[in-house]
Design a protein around this ligand. Structure first.
Ligand SMILES: Nc1ncnc2c1ncn2[C@@H]1O[C@H](COP(=O)(O)OP(=O)(O)OP(=O)(O)O)[C@@H](O)[C@H]1O
Length: 447
């Protein structure tokens, strides 16, 4: 936590700083009320240890202005002049707790642990309230699509085990979302879920990001850090884009997977961690193995179970997904949006969605803002989607038996048939449907 010490006695500040830093807190000091107020204006502190006597002024008078600036600040009053009256008055003014001098480091630790616990509970309540408030969840996993159904069945089974899972899928197919879901379905759900994005840092920094480092391990390592493996203790560590894990780090991760042991950078002490590993990749790791950039033994350790997310273009639930997202954004933006009109639906189904769910989500969010309402039209969609029909051209590659939705096959089939027949009647006869049905389908799909 970030803790502010407000005391006019340098010795007390120094003692407290040493004790607090040893507990891993970040500490700032203030020797007077104005200095304390300047500090809280600049930084969001979690707790303040506030002396009740600050020269001629009373620390109690500082409680209100501190709380005005940071309403969630936990203020702990410290004083040599312990009296029930002062304690009652401090609590009445909004202090969190009371610490009489002389205090031991254990008392300080105990008080701050309580601050952390209350803060955690408050965050949890806020999170739950938020979830209840947004009646429609942002992410919809339930799906009528057969590929997704099979995938989610398997995901439910593996979620409860501690097996390493490799999630494959193109960019934006929801690998991160699935990783969080596996964590939420596991026995570790109350424990941390920690993500490491493998390509985001240099190999050296990534190693310290993962395993932590000792003080002075490298230039700039001014204090020791525990790393994300330690931060995920008891929970789940998610390695995103694991194919980009630098070769130098691969044996270290392999050892961690095999033995649950690791060392911080610049330290020889071996540590252990109970962490479940999930990873994701959008590229063929087998090719990376063949090219010598990814260790085969690591791949086998990572993909005890594999879950492959299908690209959006091959899913049959595009329209229900789009409608779900529209309902979500309508609620977010407090707008009445009833759905997509026929032209917009046609554009959505004809687009090939190279950006997958991310692209869909962004397109729907934009439409929810731009559409005059209540129905989203083709022109409320981004141009590349609104224009997708002309991009595809008259002949496209969809073939029977390919991994595409029935709707897409139907659109393509009717489009081609209309191009090769001389009348709607003729086309309807070949299709074996009523001409009015064909007319409605032409309208629906903008053919
Ligand atoms: N089932 C879903 N329902 C609604 N939105 C979803 C769903 N799955 C993913 N999304 C949204 O799509 C976007 C991309 O998801 P995510 O980041 O999980 O994909 P990814 O495959 O990990 O992407 P990348 O490969 O680029 O890291 C996110 O904004 C996410 O909220």
């Amino acid at each position: 936590m970030r803790v502010l010490i407000v005391d006019d006695e340098p010795n007390i500040r120094r003692t407290l700083r040493v004790a607090l830093e040893a507990m891993g807190h970040a500490v700032e000091e203030a020797d007077s009320p104005p200095s304390a107020l300047r500090h809280v204006e600049r930084h969001p502190f979690d707790a303040a240890l506030l002396d009740v006597r600050l020269g001629d002024e009373s620390g109690l008078d500082l409680i209100a202005p501190l709380l005005t600036q940071l309403p969630r600040l936990a203020i702990v009053i410290i004083t040599a002049h312990a009296s029930v009256d002062t304690a009652v008055e401090a609590m009445r003014r909004g202090a969190f707790d009371y610490l009489p001098k002389p205090f031991t480091p254990a008392q300080v630790r105990g008080t701050l642990e309580r601050v952390a616990k209350v803060r955690g509970l408050r965050d949890q309540v806020a999170g739950l309230t938020e979830r209840v408030r947004s009646e429609i969840p942002e992410v919809e996993l339930d799906s009528p699509d057969p590929q997704m159904k099979r995938l989610l069945e398997l995901a439910r089974v593996v979620a409860s085990s501690d097996a390493a899972v490799l999630i494959r899928g193109e960019n934006g197919t929801g690998k991160g979302v699935l990783a969080r879901t596996l964590h939420a379905w596991s026995r570790r759900l109350q424990e941390p879920f920690v993500t490491v994005s493998c390509p985001s840092l240099s190999p050296e920094l990534l190693e310290s990001d993962l395993f932590g480092h000792a003080k002075g391990a490298f230039t700039g390592a001014v204090r020791e850090t525990a790393g994300k493996v330690a931060a995920a203790e008891g929970g789940t560590l998610f390695l995103d884009e694991v194919g980009d894990l630098p070769p130098a780090l691969q044996p270290k991760l392999l050892r961690f997977l095999q033995e649950k042991r690791y060392e911080r950078v610049g330290e020889s002490k071996t540590r252990t961690a109970d962490v479940r590993l999930l990873s994701a990749t959008n590229r063929g790791l087998e090719e990376a193995v063949a090219a010598g950039t990814f260790r085969e033994d690591l791949l086998y350790r990572l993909n005890v179970v594999e879950l492959t997310l299908p690209p959006l273009r091959s899913r049959t639930d595009l329209l229900p997904l789009a409608e779900h997202l529209l309902a979500f954004f309508a609620l977010q933006t407090n707008r009445r949006l009833t759905g997509f009109d026929t032209e917009a639906r046609a554009a959505l189904t004809q687009h090939t969605w190279p950006g997958n769910l991310r692209e869909l989500r962004n397109a729907v969010e934009r439409a929810a803002i731009l559409a005059p309402g209540p129905e989203v039209g083709r022109n409320d969609l981004p141009e590349r989607i609104a224009q997708s029909r002309s991009q595809r051209g008259p002949v496209n590659a969809i073939g029977v038996g390919e991994a595409v939705s029935l709707e897409q096959v139907e659109i393509e089939h009717i489009r081609r048939l209309l191009a090769s027949t001389s009348s709607l009647d003729e086309a309807a006869q070949i299709l074996g449907i009523d001409v009015s049905t064909l007319y409605r389908k032409r309208k629906l799909y903008c053919l």
